[in-house]
Design a protein around this ligand. Structure first.
Ligand SMILES: Cc1ncc(COP(=O)(O)O)c(C=O)c1O
Length: 387
């Protein structure tokens, strides 16, 4: 695995994420076993949910999925330049000025409107190639995708075109991770109606895919030909209450180190805005990371970290590059001690879901928010010894 740090090479930063490639493989295989005979289309967008786009794509490609899914052309281009050869589906909206680049990099486009078809045909014709597309239907997400009533017109245009190969049709769920199944079941039914287009015309059925992590966990009826999980491959459940029907474990540990420890007399405020003041003589430590690394400022006076296996509270406002932790007057915590922001240490564990709850958000935002300033280090049998 190649690590491309955005900080100076050979300078090791105390703040980093550690990614266990063997755990990622175990999660992949657990999902695969649960959904078989459906095949895998793992989602590696947004830097593989903070785990490293190229490194994770290489790992998952070695698991022989049906393909990989990203959000943007740019992510797909990075994968091609890194030597990824399997099919790569770009799920985001198609900017037609980018169609030649899709064709150049051999990336699969998501087509949601009949207006895009002309531009695809024209570019494919000019470049002497055939565009691989997945048609997207909006069965209730209200985002990308053609509305069901417009699907026949879009499919007519795509199917008729010699410059286009409709490899698949797909849709996306809005509520698959919620306890009430009603909307997901409606979306599955709407999708089935839409794809009857092919049977009705004696056309071969393309590949069909629907399921994100929530649907993998709760809706076996949505597995179809491929599943498209993201979050759960990284070992994180979309919510705390979703049934854990597939066993997965987090693969990422976010670490830092104590760089300063000092006594703080009662009444001395901490950080911008002076929002926290101890009412006893105590001791605080400084952790060299902040919202510039993706540690949400909403964790000011709310977050907790692990030091020496015990939880300690974040006190005062989280700054761009630092935050402070109260360790109490009689502590054994020392400068140089490891700090765990997400992950396990000793008997303690802090999850991405827990951080998300404190920050009033979802684990997706926590993981994808870890900034490019935080180096990624890889562990596991599939990583290179120099990592
Ligand atoms: C179209 C699409 N499919 C699949 C996924 C994967 O979803 P999850 O990470 O919940 O499994 C996403 C992620 O947001 C998505 O946008």
């Amino acid at each position: 695995m190649i690590l491309e740090p955005t900080v100076a090479p050979r300078v090791s930063r105390p703040t980093h994420v550690e990614i266990d490639l063997d755990q990622l493989t175990a999660n992949y295989r657990a999902v695969e076993r649960a959904v078989t005979p459906a095949r895998m289309l793992p989602v590696v967008k947004a830097d593989a949910y903070g785990h490293g786009l190229v490194q994770v794509a290489r790992l998952f490609e070695s698991c022989q999925p049906a393909g990989l899914a990203v959000a943007f052309l740019e992510e797909g281009a990075i994968l091609r330049e890194a030597g990824i050869v399997c099919p790569v589906l770009v799920m985001g909206g198609l900017d037609i000025s980018q169609v030649p680049d899709f064709l150049h990099f051999g990336l699969t486009m998501t087509v949601s409107s009949v207006q895009a078809v002309g531009a695809i045909e024209e570019a494919a014709d000019r470049m002497g190639t055939v565009a691989r597309v997945h048609a997207k239907v909006d069965t209730g997400m209200g985002r990308m995708g053609v509305r069901p009533e417009g699907t026949a017109e879009l499919l007519d245009a795509l199917v008729r075109s010699p410059q286009v190969e409709v490899e698949a049709v797909y849709s996306h769920f809005a509520t698959a991770d919620e306890p009430d199944p009603a909307q997901t079941l409606d979306q599955i039914a709407a999708f089935r109606r839409v794809v009857s287009y092919f049977g009705d015309r004696d056309l071969p059925m393309p590949t069909l895919h629907l399921a994100n992590s929530g649907a993998v966990l709760q809706h076996a009826a949505s597995y179809l030909d491929l599943v498209r999980p993201g979050l759960m491959l990284y070992g994180v459940y979309p919510t705390e209450i979703i049934p854990r029907t597939v066993g997965i474990e987090p693969a990422l540990t976010w670490r830092s180190r104590v760089v300063l420890s000092k006594p703080l007399p009662a009444g001395s405020p901490v950080s911008y805005g002076a929002t926290w003041t101890p009412d006893r003589d105590t001791r605080i430590v400084v952790v060299p990371m902040g919202y510039g690394d993706g540690y949400p400022r909403l964790l000011s006076n709310r977050g907790e970290v692990l030091i020496r296996g015990r939880r300690h509270p974040v006190v005062g406002r989280v700054c761009m590059d630092q935050f402070m932790v109260e360790v109490g007057p009689d502590t054994d915590v020392r400068v140089g001690d490891g700090v765990v922001i997400i992950g396990a240490q000793g008997e303690g564990t802090i999850t991405a879901n827990e951080l998300a709850a404190w920050a009033e958000t979802i684990p997706y935002e926590i993981l994808t928010g870890i900034s490019s300033r935080v180096p990624q280090r890889y562990q596991g049998s599939t990583s290179r010894p120099d990592q």
